[in-house]
Structures are given as structure tokens and as C-alpha cells.
Design a binder for this molecule. Structure first.
Ligand code: SAM
Length: 285
């Protein structure tokens, strides 16, 4: 039996995860990053950028349902949504399920990620790129939020880790631009790493976001291929009540939206804002 090729993730020093590679669908250096999409028997198609897993067909629904439904149902009346990053198209797919949303802008720095994920990860976008409410902008998210005149109700930073082009999406410059790009009552959320292994990212984001937003916290979910425990999602708004909705209110909005999810439900929404004590202690220190 031939030895299968393996792909090693290089996000952390000293330990990590590997994937057997059954078939490489695409591997190239784009204008911004090393992009690989390959097939793995256990997880389906896998996409990685600069040696870090971005998404797998098998577990992506957890991440995308949580980064969309929690802010959108908490807001309750989101009409204009901005996605930063999100090149694989699954965040867009989940936002388009909300029929009350009227306009969706996605700002992705790397056109090649969009092109090759449309081709090789079709289940991620699932036709969402053809939604008439959708507008794609190829730009650095930092530039966009600091120059755009438009305002949004929810901003979702579906970014890579703070390496390479993703570094700018964890800066005060970016957070200030997002603050200025939100309507009254707006909510900002962002992928903010696995807090057991990337605790500094959460502490730094919390400190920087707190310069601009009155209410900054996190919510969480465990996504298997973002290994090491729960992933924290940064949450920022000017109204603390938005992250303290009771399950009944969330349930009513969930039912009205007619959503059909595989991970998200109103009880998970409400419970996801409970954080481990070690993180709470780190945020207070
Ligand atoms: N779910 C993944 C995670 O949690 O790491 C993120 C997935 S998505 C593929 C990340 C996207 O962010 C990529 O398409 C990447 O090209 C994009 N990106 C990185 N830096 C960016 C920037 N400064 N502005 C806009 N998009 C950026």
C-alpha cells in the first residue's frame, strides 16, 4: 500500500495536527498567500492558507452558523451586512439565509481564494455568490473600513489568523474603521482564535476594541479542526443588552427567520457567551 502524502499544519510551535492527502485539487502561491485545497477521507475537502487550516467541508457549518446567526438574531433588524475576508463563501451562504437582510458586501483581499473556492469548494458558497443582494470587493479590509462611506448593521470579520495579510485585521486601525462603519445599534464580531492556545489574541483584541465600543466580550464554540478547545468570537457593540437576550426572544426571532441549522439553536446562542474562568481572569488582568 503506498504511503499517503500528509499535510502538517504549522500554526503552533511544538505540536499540531496532520491530514492525510487523498488528492490535491489546487496548490499555488496567490498574490497574497499559499493556497492549497485537498481531499481528506475524514473531513472532506480542506482549504489551508499559509500552512493554516481555514475550513473543512465536514465541520465548517459550526463556525459559519455561529458567526452569522448570533449577531444577526441578536441585532433583530439587520438590513446591511459587511463580511471581511470570507473568501470560501460559506459565511456569505449563511448570511443569505436571512431574508430580512437587504444588502451584503464582502471585502476579500485575495481574488484567487474566491475563484478557487468557487471551483473546488462549491458546497461552501452553494450558489450564494449569485444572490442579487451580494457585492464583492477585492481589497484589504483595513483599507475598506477606513475609506468606505457606507454604514452597516452587522460586520463579520471572517479573517485568517494574525499572520500575513490577516495581521491588519487585529489592529486598532481596523477596529476603529469598523466602529465608524456601523450604524446605531450595530454589532461587530470576529474570529478571534482558540483561546487556550491563542489567549494573547483575545486579550489584545479585547483591549483594542474597548477603546471604541462600550460593550466588548466574546462568545464561543468548539470547531474540531480549529483544534485546542473552544474558539472565541470577538463581540463588540454599544449596547450590552444585545448579548444578554433571553432564549425566548432569540427563539421568537429564530422561528420568524425560518432558519434550519445543524449546530446553532437559541439555547446554544444564549449559552455561547459563557466563558471559561481563565479567559475572564486574563481579560480582567
Ligand atoms: N474560518 C477561517 C479561520 O477561522 O481562520 C477563515 C476563513 S476565510 C478563508 C479567511 C479569509 O480572509 C481568506 O480568504 C483571506 O484571503 C482573507 N483575508 C486575510 N487577510 C485579509 C485582509 N486584510 N482583508 C480582507 N481579507 C483578508
Amino acid at each position: 500500500m503506498t504511503q499517503k502524502e500528509t499535510w502538517l499544519e504549522t500554526l503552533h510551535d511544538g505540536f499540531g495536527q496532520y491530514f492525510s492527502v487523498d488528492n490535491v485539487l489546487y496548490h499555488n502561491q496567490t498574490e497574497h498567500q499559499d493556497l492549497i485545497i485537498f481531499e481528506n477521507a475524514a473531513l472532506g475537502r480542506v482549504m489551508a492558507l499559509d500552512g493554516v487550516v481555514q475550513t473543512t467541508e465536514r465541520d465548517e457549518f459550526i463556525y459559519h452558523e455561529m458567526l452569522t446567526n448570533v449577531p444577526l438574531l441578536a441585532h433583530g433588524n439587520a438590513r446591511r451586512v459587511l463580511i471581511i475576508g470570507g473568501g470560501d463563501g460559506a459565511m456569505l451562504r449563511e448570511v443569505t439565509r436571512h431574508k430580512s437582510v437587504e444588502q451584503i458586501t464582502m471585502v476579500e483581499i485575495d481574488a484567487a481564494v474566491v475563484d478557487f473556492c468557487r471551483q473546488h469548494l462549491p458546497n461552501h458558497s452553494a450558489g450564494a455568490y449569485d444572490d442579487p443582494r451580494f457585492k464583492l470587493v477585492i481589497d484589504d479590509g483595513v483599507n475598506f473600513v477606513n475609506q468606505c462611506q457606507e454604514k452597516f448593521d452587522v460586520i463579520i470579520s471572517d479573517c485568517t489568523d494574525p499572520i500575513g495579510p490577516g495581521e491588519g485585521l487585529f489592529t486598532s486601525d481596523f477596529y476603529q474603521g469598523c466602529y465608524n462603519s456601523l450604524n446605531e445599534g450595530g454589532i461587530f464580531v470576529a474570529q478571534n482564535g482558540v483561546c487556550f492556545l491563542q489567549q494573547d489574541e483575545a486579550v489584545n483584541s479585547h483591549r483594542k476594541l474597548s477603546h471604541y465600543f462600550k460593550d466588548v466580550s466574546f462568545y464561543q464554540a468548539a470547531i474540531p479542526t480549529y483544534y485546542g478547545g473552544i474558539m472565541t468570537f470577538a463581540w463588540a457593540s454599544n449596547n450590552p443588552a444585545l448579548r444578554q437576550l433571553d432564549v425566548q426572544t432569540i427563539q421568537a426571532r429564530f422561528d420568524a427567520a425560518g432558519l434550519n441549522c445543524r449546530y446553532y439553536n437559541p439555547a446554544i446562542h444564549a449559552g455561547s457567551f459563557a466563558l471559561p474562568q481563565y479567559l475572564l481572569n486574563a481579560l480582567r488582568s
